[in-house]
Design a protein around this ligand. Structure first.
Ligand code: WQD
Length: 349
């Protein structure tokens, strides 16, 4: 009998890549998603990659009654991976109430129902955003948690504390908090990838949409930072490497290898890259001359952050080792696939 893993937000960007890796590792993922920021067609993509179409329930985690009915229907769930949340920093500043209600209520419903159904394990999708602008780099799991610079970041800090307190109060409950740095890229098959709604906030989708001609030019938000080339530095991690870390975290929990009831891991490559380095590498990999211009700094951006991933390397046996060229190629291959689909849709319409 395959072990059942509930993946909330499983039709989303990181969620869908994690569902693929769970299937590859022999688990039975069950997806809950309200499709507020994803597309049900992702299920076909997962099936084309793995041959398996996972069970999918269109449920909003804020709906306690529906979530309770879900747990009555699906027995034997061994662990939950909770991706379901709104995640755009800029949007959260404009819509704080939606972010607090969505991200926090969803988690509260989950942790309240878990003990009722004998589910003791939860992996939580957290973010390097909790560190703010670190004083010391690279960032370790012991780096101080700085006051959040956005409602989005604050919901991650609040949710981490909800989990800690619930674990403390619930016999047998355990959790692994995974703090992502900057997820980028798409599955090598180009069957699934990042599907930003509207104008992308994040760098790579904007780069590839500019390269394909959907956007006229990329704006590089600032080249007057205290960095070698003046542009911001981030730790860009390949989404498939990130997905594999979630499988290893679930296996660590189920194999009872955890050393504490709550464990935290930074998931990054350990290497910081600037915006201009990414742009130049993308042009080299894609062969596209990317039109860009230096623009003013973006409100809320931090100057530089990258991870010390040694704890995850050691305890999870996990390493983000996909070469940058391959990661950027996967971004470009995915954008080309999306363009093919857009053109086909136009022909059919
Ligand atoms: C990266 C760099 C921009 C777009 C956010 C969230 C974080 C995580 C990842 C969820 C910055 C620059 C961007 C553009 C640019 N999400 N940039 N032109 O802000 O580091 O992190 O996404 O967990 O929580 O905060 O990612 O991709 O938006 O920006 O110059 O058109 O690219 O200024 O330096 P960010 P990003």
């Amino acid at each position: 009998m395959k072990k059942r893993i509930l993946v909330t937000g499983g039709t989303g960007y990181i969620g869908s890549h994690t569902v693929v890796e769970l299937i590859n590792a022999g688990f039975e993922p069950i997806i809950i998603d309200n499709l507020s920021n994803s597309n049900i067609g992702v299920l076909d993509g997962i099936k084309r990659i793995t041959g398996v179409e996972p069970i999918f329930e269109n449920i909003d985690l804020k709906d306690y009654v529906s979530l309770n009915k879900f747990f009555q229907k699906y027995e034997g769930i061994e662990a939950i991976i909770n991706f379901a949340a709104s995640k755009a920093v800029g949007e959260s500043v404009k819509m704080p109430v939606m972010y607090y209600r969505n991200n926090i209520t969803s988690l509260l419903n989950l942790v309240e129902l878990m003990p009722k159904y004998g589910i003791n394990h939860i992996v939580f999708s957290s973010s390097c955003t909790v560190y703010g602008q670190p004083d010391v780099l690279p960032v370790t799991e012991q780096s101080p948690i700085q006051p959040a610079t956005s409602p989005y970041g604050y919901t991650k800090q609040v949710c981490e504390n909800i989990i800690r307190d619930t674990v403390k109060a619930t016999v047998g409950m355990k959790s692994i908090l995974l703090r992502y740095f900057n997820p980028i890229g798409a599955h090598p098959s180009a069957e699934i990838g990042e599907l930003p709604n509207g104008v992308p906030n994040n760098l790579l989708p904007f780069v590839t949409q500019t390269a394909i001609g959907l956007r006229s030019e990329l704006k590089v938000f600032g080249n007057d930072y205290n960095t070698p080339d003046g542009s911001c530095i981030r730790d860009y991690i390949y989404v498939v490497d990130l997905a594999k870390a979630h499988v290893m975290a679930v296996e660590r929990m189920l194999d009872k290898k955890m050393k504490r009831s709550v464990e935290v891991f930074n998931l990054g490559t350990g290497t910081g890259l600037s915006v201009l380095e990414i742009v130049n590498k993308f042009m080299e990999v894609s062969g596209v001359n990317l039109p860009y211009q230096i623009a003013p700094r973006r409100e809320g951006d931090i100057e530089k952050v990258w991870a010390d991933p040694s704890l995850a390397n050691k305890e999870l046996g996990w390493k983000a080792d996909t070469p940058l060229e391959d990661v950027l190629s996967s971004c470009w291959k995915w954008e080309l696939k999306l363009q093919e689909r857009r053109e086909k849709d136009q022909q059919n319409s």
